[in-house]
Every structure is written in structure tokens, then in C-alpha cells.
Write a protein that binds this ligand. Structure first.
Ligand code: CA2
Length: 148
């Protein structure tokens, strides 16, 4: 089994650290990628780290992951609350999926409380700030180790 994990980020997360620090903190997405690469190195995992504001690009990466990856970490951002298409793509992916939200979506507006992706995810991390990404990597590494 490959030790490749896709880390996918949805719309507007390219603005991380540049706006609304009271909600999302001060780390930029580049900082998050660096944290993930450092954690993954220690766990013996390779990562592909992507962000897009376009739903179809996220779907295409999930399709690519079907062929190559042993897990997906996804922060679908606002697509969490709207996208049956991303849910369908994840349902066609046979390996573990961890959904990450930087903020605690359950403490926020009611429209953020439902996530289509959560109906597929094997685990959900919300409200741990950007640390949620490295926690998700540790969980996937544990699952990979248990499967080998
Ligand atoms: O808490 C999260 O990680 C979210 O997925 C972030 C999404 C939001 O729509 C979800 O409900 C919860 C928003 C991502 C936009 O990120 C920004 C970061 C800085 C400035 C503006 C937007």
C-alpha cells in the first residue's frame, strides 16, 4: 500500500492568514503545507497538497487519489455545506477520508452545521485551528500502520 496522502483545500483557503485571523488564525496556507510536510516526513508519508476555488479541480484530485493514494485529508471549506458532487467523488474513493475544519463549524452559523462530506468521512476534526491537519495526518499514519 502506498504511503501517499492527498491534502485538499477548498475555496478561499488561499486567503488563510491574510483575513479574519480571529476565526482562522494567523497561519497562511503555505505555513499549513510546511507543517504538513514536516509532520509527514516524521511519519514516513508522502503528501500532495492542493488548494482550489474550483469545485471540478477538487473532484479531479479526488479521482487522481483513487489511483495513487492511501488516504485523503480534505478541508472542503464552503463546499462542505453545498457539494453533493464532492461527496459523490469521495464515495468512489475506497481509502480513509478525514475532514478537517479549522474553526468549530458547530459553534458558528446554522448553515455551517451540516456537511455533506461528513456523511462520508471516517473522521472529522473541527475547531483545532490549523493543527487539525497534522492531527489528521497522524491518524491516517496510524491507520496505514495497522493495515500493513
Ligand atoms: O473552518 C473551516 O476550516 C471552514 O472549512 C472554512 C471555510 C468555511 O466556509 C467553512 O464553513 C469552515 C471558509 C474558508 C475561507 O477561509 C478564509 C480564510 C481567511 C480569510 C477568508 C476566508
Amino acid at each position: 500500500m502506498s504511503r501517499l496522502i492527498f491534502v485538499l483545500n477548498g475555496p478561499n483557503l488561499n486567503l488563510l492568514g491574510k483575513r479574519q485571523p480571529h476565526i482562522y488564525g494567523r497561519d497562511t496556507l503555505a505555513d499549513v503545507e510546511a507543517q504538513c510536510r514536516s509532520e509527514a516526513g516524521g511519519l514516513g508519508i508522502d503528501i500532495r497538497f492542493h488548494q482550489s476555488n474550483r469545485e471540478y479541480e477538487i473532484i479531479d484530485w479526488i479521482h487522481e487519489a483513487r489511483e495513487t493514494a492511501s488516504g485523503i485529508i480534505i478541508n472542503p471549506a464552503a463546499f462542505s455545506h453545498t457539494s453533493v458532487a464532492i461527496l459523490d467523488a469521495l464515495n468512489a474513493f475506497d481509502q480513509p477520508v478525514i475532514e478537517v475544519h479549522i474553526s468549530n463549524i458547530h459553534k458558528r452559523e446554522a448553515f455551517r452545521h451540516h456537511s455533506y462530506v461528513s456523511t462520508r468521512a471516517d473522521g472529522v476534526i473541527a475547531g483545532f485551528g490549523t493543527q487539525g491537519y497534522t492531527l489528521a495526518l497522524r491518524r491516517l499514519a496510524r491507520l496505514l500502520d495497522a493495515a500493513t
